[in-house]
Ligand binder design. Structure first.
Ligand code: UTP
Length: 287
């Protein structure tokens, strides 16, 4: 079965990025000239998604504006014969079908996904967290979709994380089928390193069968008093096989300040127009 729908939750408060996120969504922070969320939407489209639902919250208006038409700006660019820029701006508003739904308050990732239930309409769907950028030729979401198509079961993206950081991830226990695929045995939300069943953590990409929604509904509030997606995944795992897939690619958690800076440096070094300047600048610190 094809996966055409994706839920992108962007309703979190982004407290790690205060005060910038007091009035702007962290998903709109730019990686040079392109907001983080633009990269995420591109990944979805390149993975075959043609219908996106953003779960938004208060002070996230600028995300809607970004993907909307901007007639005044377009008129201005036309009048100034800035055709390249005009095309870039017009392409953004015609990238894909986007729908918006509000999560009334940020009650956790599980709750955010549940908010999109009516739109999902009992079909399998992808979830892409709005603050993770993953760079790879074959997009991470496409890798998950390929696994879903092979086995017909939910597949979550995982990667090895430093032991001391297990408290920031859902950590899995799994039976390895090969070097990149596990059958999920358990997943624990943000365990301390000494309680973590492994150092393999779930990152912000998932493909789910629609049964995940009832499972989330049947969870009670968990870690941090939030409706945790991890608890929904544990319930689903009692009913259906779930796969954990060690994706290929470089991930940046742009909701984390140091990771955000690393993303900007790497994108600048990959950009022909500025790589020499940036290399020269960095060299000054490498004596
Ligand atoms: P995070 O936990 O990284 O986002 O959620 P956060 O809560 O905004 O960040 P900090 O820790 O306070 O800095 C991952 C993704 O899930 C969304 C966020 O917007 C982010 O893209 N999210 C999280 C929701 O949509 N709703 C929620 O209730 C929680």
């Amino acid at each position: 079965m094809e996966i055409k729908k994706a839920v992108i939750p962007v309703a979190g408060l982004g407290t790690r990025f205060l005060p910038a996120t007091k009035s702007m969504p962290k998903e709109m922070l730019p990686i040079i000239d392109k907001p983080v969320i633009h990269h995420v939407v591109e990944e979805a489209i390149e993975s075959g998604i043609d219908d996106i639902i953003f779960v938004t919250g208060r002070s996230k208006r600028s995300i809607e504006d970004y993907f909307d038409d901007s007639p005044e700006l377009e008129m201005h660019l036309k009048a100034k014969n800035k055709d390249n820029m005009l095309k870039i701006v017009q392409d953004i508003s015609s990238m894909v079908d986007i729908h918006y739904i509000r999560q009334k308050e940020p009650r956790g990732l599980g709750d955010a996904i549940l908010t999109a239930e009516k739109h999902i309409n009992d079909e399998p769907f992808a979830v892409l967290l709005g603050d993770d950028i993953i760079v790879n030729g074959t997009p991470c979401t496409k890798q998950l979709i390929d696994n879903f198509q092979k086995y017909g079961r939910s597949t979550i993206a995982v990667e090895e994380v430093p032991r001391e950081k297990t408290g920031s991830y859902g950590i899995i226990q799994g039976k390895a089928l090969d070097e990149s695929l596990y059958v999920l045995e358990d997943i624990i939300e943000k365990p301390a390193p000494e309680n973590a069943p492994s150092n393999i953590g779930a990152i912000g990409r998932y493909v789910f069968t629609p049964e995940i929604l009832d499972c989330i509904k049947n969870t009670t509030t968990g870690v941090g008093n939030e409706i945790q997606l991890t608890d929904g995944i544990r319930l689903l795992n009692e009913q259906q096989k779930i796969y954990a897939y060690k994706f290929t690619g470089k991930r940046y958690d742009t909701g984390d300040k140091a990771e955000y800076v690393k993303a900007i440096i790497d994108f600048a070094l990959a950009n022909e127009d500025m790589q020499e300047q940036i290399k020269g600048h960095i060299r000054r610190f490498c004596i």
